[in-house]
Design a protein around this ligand. Structure first.
Ligand code: AMP
Length: 273
């Protein structure tokens, strides 16, 4: 595996792959890789000729300095995991490499980034859209793999690719969960034992919402209430939102909660009632 820290080096490496006729699979991450990331790497490996993973904790998408500072980082472990997954190129730029000067340019996707994560984390999606735009500008034509776990992010990225005509095909990958239903997340390492035991409440809330829809509940507000109720019954959890997105024949149920100091999100898709 080729580890590269410079924008120029990464760009040249992927240009050279494409010059050989190879299709590049790109997996943008913030590192602290887990089995959720691994599923994206494997999918990219199955569908593309070469796989490139990026590991960059993007300061633009963090609202609070302490959240940015405490975000887990372990490049050696990430490199071992990526190499084990058959990754060809690992791009791990420093913050100075990505942002040598003040970053005056921002990319904002209107409306899709409002509400839910956008309301709870002001500026978050602008930070995400900006770094993803920069990574696409560096990487060039590729298939880019994103997890459904960050569903609103996926909608924002899809829209920016289409609005700005990036030569990128966005591929959505299903959420990987622990056996008890907790969606894998780099932030899960910050959960204490008791908090970890409480954390599957997000998935239970989604399951309760799905069950309500299956029983024929067609009022989104009542489905949201059913999910919110489950989370409010867990003493260690503080609900941030429980929402339903109505999309044609399918509904997307989404929840966010704090367990102690750790903010967790999850979502599932259900058939519309
Ligand atoms: P992150 O490093 O948290 O920014 O995530 C990098 C990519 O991995 C994003 O596209 C996430 O949606 C995806 N991802 C994170 N956790 C999971 C998971 N449990 N299952 C599937 N994809 C995930």
């Amino acid at each position: 595996m080729h580890v590269v820290q410079t924008i120029e080096g990464f760009r040249k490496a992927l240009d050279a792959e494409r010059a050989q006729g190879r299709v590049v699979g790109l997996v943008p991450t913030m590192g602290a890789l887990h089995d959720g990331h691994l599923s994206l790497l494997r999918r990219a490996g199955a569908e593309c000729d070469v796989v490139a993973v990026t590991v960059f904790v993007n300061p633009l998408q963090f609202e609070h300095a302490d959240d940015l500072a405490s975000y887990p980082r372990d490049l050696a472990a990430d490199a071992a995991m990526a190499a084990g997954a058959g990754v060809h190129h690992l791009f791990a730029p420093s913050a100075a490499e990505m942002h040598p000067g003040e970053m005056l340019t921002r990319v904002a996707v209107a409306r899709l980034g409002d509400g839910m994560e956008g309301s709870c984390r002001p500026g978050h999606f602008e930070g995400v859209a900006t770094v993803v735009t920069k990574l696409f500008a560096i990487a060039g034509a590729c298939r880019a793999y994103f997890g459904e776990k960050d569903y609103q992010q996926l909608t924002v990225v899809r829209r920016l690719v289409s609005d700005l005509s990036f030569p990128v095909e966005v591929v959505a990958c299903p959420t990987v969960r622990a056996p008890d239903g907790l969606a894998l997340s780099s932030r899960n390492v910050h959960l204490s034992g008791a908090e970890r035991a409480a954390a599957p409440v997000l998935h239970r809330a989604l399951a309760a919402g799905a069950a309500a829809v299956e029983r024929g509940e067609s009022r989104p507000a009542l489905v949201s209430l059913a999910m919110a109720r489950i989370i409010s019954q867990e003493p260690l959890a503080t609900l941030e939102y429980a929402e339903v997105l109505e999309e044609d024949l399918r509904w997307r149920l989404l929840v966010a909660a704090r367990i102690g100091n750790v903010r967790l999100i999850d979502n599932i898709e259900v058939q519309a009632p």
